[in-house]
Ligand binder design. Structure first.
Ligand code: SAM
Ligand code: SF4
Length: 388
């Protein structure tokens, strides 16, 4: 029999406000109206954490990620108060990676120093583009000069480990413009770069009124390939569909997601995924999305937006949705430990994917081929069964 073994544990903390809503964004982010209730929200996060602690009793947190929204709207004192109190309730691994997402439009003097002093050791800065026209069309609150200044401030504050988020296939963007964005990013010497293709997410302003001049699928693929080559030349290896890193600087937090690790999700709309060894179950839990409703209910069952136990039939698809995004693929033994299923459960789908040239077997590992990487969604779709 194959047993579920609890994998590494991460902590995700959602901070749900932004200065204003970007027209392409479908994250759980809400425009700031007036003063934000920072202290009350930190109290709510801690109550939420206390409520979920029995689910992770005795386990060590390997990584922490403050995501948003715009976490850098929170003053360093609020982040410090949260981390101090959370580390009294949960064991943090030595050298625990602690990332905070920052928007260049909120980078004021002294703020990054404060995050660093609070224990944050990695920043993820949302640049999107270094072209002022592109930034305007994306409705960003900052221009290119502010983006560069924010990165310099972060470095001056002692952050030697930081990610830059860029998007490509932007309205009216040419291949040369996409390449220029990569060159500008490289000049700032980040340790990590996330390169996302702009998607029109349902329910966003862009989906309702698509802006003119969005590059088509082939043009988008061209940009991806050229930018990937520029990054490779500069020593940034692609390790996931949209993620590039210098050696040893991959994002440990995201890697844990992609390897189907566990994570506790606290904050408005946060999602968690936890392996319950004693019950041989995998629980997905998410919290109320709206900050006001979340603030009122945090710490009680009423803050839980939903609980779902992942059926064995559904596990292969959920596993592949993550693992097949990685260039290194996955080890069959890890699939077994993290889904509680024998490898025979996916033998037919693997054979089909190999026959189509999408996946290759490298000893114990299943690795996407170049063709498979181009059709990631189709490969993952093979694992979606009627009963799942
Ligand atoms: C939660 S945001 C993080 C940081 C911060 N809120 C900001 O925007 O500066 C995470 C990243 O997702 C990417 N993103 C958001 N919406 C997207 C979309 N529709 N298509 C592609 N990437 C998107 C952006 O690169 C963004 O920086
Ligand atoms: S700042 Fe970031 S999270 Fe906020 S709306 Fe824009 S992309 Fe979304």
């Amino acid at each position: 029999m194959t047993m579920l073994a609890p994998p590494p544990l991460s902590l995700y903390v959602h901070l749900p406000w932004c200065v204003r809503k970007c027209p392409y964004c479908d994250f759980n982010s809400h425009p700031q109206r007036g003063a934000l209730p920072f202290a009350a929200y930190v109290e709510a996060l801690l109550a939420d954490l206390d409520h979920d602690l029995p689910l992770v009793w005795g386990r060590t947190v390997q990584t922490v990620f403050f995501g948003g929204g715009t976490p850098s709207l929170f003053p360093p004192e609020a982040i410090d108060a949260f981390l101090q109190q959370a580390s009294g309730r949960l064991r943090f691994a030595p050298g625990c990676e602690i990332t905070l997402e920052a928007n260049p439009g909120t980078a004021e003097h002294g703020r990054f120093e404060g995050y660093r002093a609070a224990g944050v050791n990695r920043l993820s800065i949302g640049i999107q583009s270094f072209d002022d026209g592109c930034l305007q069309r994306l409705g960003r609150i900052h221009d290119s000069a502010e983006a560069v200044a924010a990165v310099r401030l972060a470095r001056a504050a002692g952050f030697d480990n930081f990610n830059l988020d860029l998007m490509y296939a932007l309205p009216q963007q040419t291949l040369a413009m996409a390449e220029r964005d990569i060159e500008c990013a490289l000049a700032l010497e980040p340790t990590h770069l996330s390169h996302y293709q702009l998607t029109l997410e349902p329910g966003t302003a862009f989906a309702a009124r698509p802006p003119a001049g969005i590059p088509d699928h082939d043009a988008g693929w061209d940009m991806q390939e050229h930018c990937q080559a520029l990054l490779a030349q500069a020593g940034y290896a692609q390790y996931e569909v949209s993620a590039y890193a210098r050696p040893g600087r991959q994002c440990a937090h995201n890697l844990n997601y992609w390897r189907f690790g566990d994570y506790l999700g606290i904050g408005a709309g946060a999602h968690g995924k936890l392996t319950l060894g004693s019950e041989q179950a995998i629980l997905r839990r998410w919290k109320l999305r709206h900050p006001t409703a979340y603030l009122a209910a945090a710490g009680s069952d009423a803050a839980i937006g939903g609980d779902e136990y992942l059926s064995p039939a559904r596990r292969p698809f959920d596993y592949m949705l993550n693992a097949l995004r990685l260039n290194a693929g996955f080890a069959l033994a890890e699939f077994e430990a993290r889904t509680g299923l024998p490898r025979s459960a996916i033998a037919a789908e693997l054979a089909q994917a190999r026959a189509r040239g999408w996946l290759a077997e490298d000893g114990e590992r299943i690795v996407p081929t170049e063709l498979g990487r181009r059709f990631t969604n189709d490969v993952i779709g093979l694992f979606l069964t009627d009963t799942a």
